[in-house]
Design a protein around this ligand. Structure first.
Ligand SMILES: [Zn+2]
Length: 539
């Protein structure tokens, strides 16, 4: 352990000399477990690729340089000439199902080169952070994972689905839950002010809760912001971004806008206006950033996309009671039509739901099948529970292209694994990172590979405040992705999403192969990471 600390942050020739000395001191014993030789190395800084060998021992990178010149040997040597070696990718907004029976290996993510995922997003993270981290540690997970404590989860627990301000006692109870999450290792507070019950909260409530997180070093406020461009009734695309910045700025945390983009045809071409607000905040010293992917469809749930918030006050049972009142239903249906218009119509809502009679069909398809109009169809579906749904064409590709070029834009999947009974899911779970490389780097040559890899690695690690992940450096965690870049391709489509990405040759998570020679090893080498990127210690 001691020599690793000395090696950290050093570069050739000092590192090479140290290792050469190490080898000389231990004749007959290999210096490293694994050596990747001859690869083109992108280290995560955004700098140009350099040819270098990389050695791994245990869970650490122990050498970056010319192994031959240093006399370095390893138990296992892989020639990666003609391949590009980079830090494992960090998915800044994920819905990977690491807790379920089918998503633990995280293969859809690993095949994109992802080695770490953020969970507890959109306000959904429970305050029992240590329980979840301990469960991952005990059961094993395919990728590293870290957590946020969620505003919606906390509010729902204290206040249910009430559309009102919290009492002083309720606010204190919510503060206690956020504090618990942070004490147990959360990276910060996430909110989903677009969703319920988060949408019932005033800005001040979120600031107050974010102040609790702000007491912890490096705390982050992660926002699925209130409007995103397509909320009903509209809060305002720019007003919503301003609110997110204010919540972090007043409380004193960093801010990240999740799946950042401008939704709705009325916002096509407007991403630069939202980005300008973020850049103004950055200029005055607020640490604000974003993460995005390059799909033009979203995925969420039918209730959020078709039922106005007032009709859900009190919860789903109360909503269904309102469906039974003819006067109320007339108002709901009129507003549902307005909501569908913002979203491009019922033909743009494609089900990605557990129910086989819905999965793969649009709301319009189901309406035609049932001989009902779209609002009545949505209500009938929602009587049996909320449904997962994609909204096709909600984002504008020009906005995507603009955002991809920004130097503060990280990358995320926002993706959820398909379940055994859910063959259709958003392809972003399988292809967000590889699609960004395929479309924007290789095909369009809009952004460079070093810039893109940085958006997936070092940029995220710096924002997270992690001292030993996100870069290919001696002493850092051996999360390593090796791509045959020319062959990189996202294969998942909206119709047939369950397709692993191509071009991913090797993926190491904490020094262990999760993918080797293009084949998933089904090892579970991921770690549960507490704040600061430190492996969770159940003790
Ligand atoms: Zn979200």
């Amino acid at each position: 352990m001691k020599h690793r600390r000395r090696l950290r942050g050093r570069f050739l020739p000092i590192g090479a000399l140290l290792l050469a000395a190490l080898v000389a001191c231990t004749p007959g014993r290999p210096a490293a477990d694994l050596l990747l030789t001859g690869g083109s190395v992108l280290d995560g800084t955004g700098g140009e690729a350099l040819t270098a060998d990389i050695a791994v021992s245990g869970d650490r990178i122990v050498f970056v340089g010319d192994a031959g010149a240093s006399g370095l040997t390893a138990t296992d040597t892989l020639d990666v000439t003609d391949l590009v070696v980079m830090p494992g990718f960090i998915d800044m907004h994920s819905h990977a199902e690491l807790d379920t029976g089918h998503g633990r290996d995280a293969r859809a993510f690993l095949y994109q080169g992802i080695t770490t995922v953020a969970l507890g997003m959109d306000g959904g993270g429970d305050p029992e952070v240590a329980d979840r981290l301990a469960r991952w540690t005990a059961d094993g997970i395919g990728v590293n994972a870290f957590l946020f404590v969620g505003h919606n989860a906390v509010r729902r627990r204290v206040m249910g689905m009430e559309d009102r301000e919290p009492s002083a006692g309720e606010l204190d109870a919510m503060r206690d839950l956020v504090r618990q999450g942070m004490d147990e290792g959360a990276h910060g507070l996430s909110s989903g002010l677009f969703y319920l019950p988060g949408n019932y909260a005033e800005t001040e409530e979120v600031i107050e809760l974010n102040r609790v997180a702000a007491a912890y070093d490096g705390a982050i406020y992660d926002t699925h912001d209130r409007d995103l461009g397509a909320a009903y009734p509209p809060f305002g695309y720019l007003e919503s971004i301003a609110e997110g910045i204010r919540i972090g700025e007043e409380a004193g945390t960093k801010v990240i806008f999740s799946h950042f983009n401008a939704q709705g045809a009325h916002n096509y071409g407007r991403a630069h206006e939202g980005a300008a607000l973020i850049e103004a905040a950055r200029a005055r010293g607020v640490e604000v950033a974003g993460a995005h992917h390059s799909y033009t469809a979203t995925q969420s749930n039918l209730r959020s996309y078709t039922i106005p918030g007032w009709a859900v006050i009190g919860g789903d049972m109360a909503m269904v009671r309102r469906f039974d009142d003819p006067d109320t239903v007339a108002v709901i249906d009129r507003q549902t039509r307005e909501m569908l218009e913002i979203r491009g119509g019922a033909g743009r809502l494609l089900f990605a739901d557990q129910r086989p009679d819905l999965n793969g069909k649009t709301l319009q398809d189901v309406a035609d099948e049932w001989g009902l109009d779209a609002p009545a169809t949505a209500r009938r579906i929602l009587r049996d529970g909320n449904a997962a749904v994609m909204n096709l064409g909600l984002y504008d590709i020009e906005n995507v292209r603009y955002l991809a070029q920004l130097d503060w834009m990280m990358t995320c999947t926002d993706g959820r694994d398909p379940g055994p009974t859910r063959p259709v899911t958003h392809p972003r779970a399988f292809g967000s990172f590889t699609k960004k490389i395929r479309d924007l780097v290789l095909d369009e040559q809009l952004i460079t590979l070093p810039h893109t890899v940085r958006s997936m690695t070092g940029l995220a690690a710096d924002f997270l405040g992690w001292p030993d992940r996100g870069y290919l450096r001696e002493g850092y965690a051996a999360d390593i992705t090796v791509l045959d870049v020319g062959a990189v391709e996202d294969m998942a489509t909206y119709e047939d999403p369950h397709q692993y990405s191509r071009g991913t040759v090797h993926v190491l998570v904490n020094g262990t192969f999760a993918i080797r020679d293009g084949e998933a090893t089904m090892a579970l080498p991921g770690r549960a990471l507490a704040r600061g990127g430190k492996p969770f210690d159940a003790g």
